[in-house]
Design a protein around this ligand. Structure first.
Ligand code: SF4
Length: 377
């Protein structure tokens, strides 16, 4: 087992970056009984405390020691924006080294059979190395990977907010308030599978039944299509949902907007998805940003249908009309979207349209970038 190093003189250890076994080992190394780990996990992830002084079933000596040597995901929230309907909230976080990242909370009232949801869109890197032309984050370039704790803390921040003030949809005062996070999606800044180890560790931490206890099926990892990492993910015991940012049905077109396609062309990507499905028996979602006049014609729809038809019921296409970004793309009109979807259905490929959220605060997919004016904070 890896030794957990505490940089007591220079840097506190971030407890949010530790799985339960790692926390047990760290406590052991400090001469503390390992059963304290479950108590601490309970305070961090069930009671959502931010101060060791609140961990009242720990001896005072341990609380003092933790305050000196450990931290609970140090972050500074520089700004918080709420959309006009308060269904989307975006925060700008400053990390200890000054890097800025964004996270988004999306709130969905109950609709028909589906219950209310509170989904956090989590960032996994500061910036991104993959440079997709339609994505604002992609234009920033890569800064660094986030630690597991820096990923976990984004979820905890919103969990604490909802615990303090449960959300009720405006105009639906009778609907049940949402007071906890129900889903997370790794679709914020960065490519999660490029930061594989820290992302997986963060998911294990959030999944722990002794802590936050979020089911793996409520977690979505979205990738640009890193083939070796998709194969590795298929072998993980944690059965999260996989989403592929596809966005074009041919190598030629995909290569124009997604440079990664030169390294992992569609044939290799689809083969990895087939293997993923064979190993997990789980459906894969293909994200497809619709760019008017670029990838939304009936010909493109037929090409996409032919590409995904071999995956049968295990493929689902999420059609996403593009948001306004600096790249100057336009979303297609409703008629073009309807035609596109009908053609996919003809090929037996299930699909839906993602209802975009938070456009008025630049919190929708492909818009995450440190747009906040921090000089005012
Ligand atoms: S879409 Fe994802 S992989 Fe592509 S540049 Fe944006 S953050 Fe990076």
């Amino acid at each position: 087992m890896t030794r957990i190093v505490s940089h007591t003189t220079t840097k506190k250890i971030d407890l949010l970056a530790l799985t339960l076994p790692q926390l047990q080992q760290w406590l052991k190394e400090q001469g503390e009984p390992s059963f304290r780990a479950k108590q601490i996990y309970n305070w961090l992830y069930t009671h959502l405390v931010t101060d060791f002084a609140e961990m009242t079933n720990l001896p005072q000596s341990l609380r003092s020691r933790l305050a000196q040597e450990a931290s609970i995901g140090p972050i500074v929230v520089r700004r918080e924006l709420h959309s006009k309907d308060d269904r989307t909230r975006k925060i700008l976080l400053e990390l200890p080294d000054g890097k800025l990242i964004e996270s988004v909370l999306m709130l969905y009232p109950p609709l028909g059979e589906s219950s209310a949801r509170a989904t956090v869109c989590v960032s996994s890197q500061a910036g991104c190395a993959f440079g997709c032309t339609f994505c604002a984050t992609g234009q920033m370039g890569f800064e660094r990977h986030l630690s597991a704790g820096e990923i976990v803390v984004q979820v905890l921040y919103f969990a604490r907010e909802l615990r303090k003030a449960p959300w009720v949809a405006r105009g639906l005062p009778d609907s049940k308030p949402i007071d906890h996070i129900t889903n997370i999606v790794l679709m914020g800044m960065g490519e999660p599978l490029h930061n594989y180890d820290n992302v997986l560790r963060a998911l294990h931490i959030l999944n722990s039944p002794d802590g936050f206890n979020l089911g793996a099926r409520h977690m979505t990892v979205s990738t640009v299509g890193l083939v070796p990492a998709i194969r590795k993910l298929s072998q993980e015991p944690l059965q999260v949902h996989l989403a592929i940012s596809l966005h074009a049905p041919t190598d030629e077109l995909r290569g124009q907007t997604m440079p990664v396609n030169r390294k992992y062309p569609l044939s290799e990507l689809l083969a990895a998805c087939e293997d993923y499905i064979a190993a997990t028996r789980r459906q894969v979602t293909f994200e497809y940003v619709l760019l008017a006049g670029v990838n939304d014609t009936p010909t493109h729809a037929h090409q996409l249908g032919e590409l995904l038809a071999p995956l049968a019921q295990f493929a689902h296409v999420n059609c996403i009309p593009v948001n306004a970004t600096a790249a100057g793309y336009r979303p297609p009109g409703p008629e073009a979207i309807r035609t596109f979807r009908d053609i996919l259905f003809q090929h037996g490929v299930s699909n839906s349209v993602r209802a975009e959220r938070g456009d008025d605060i630049a919190a929708a997919c492909g818009q995450l970038r440190t747009h906040f004016d921090t000089s005012k904070s």
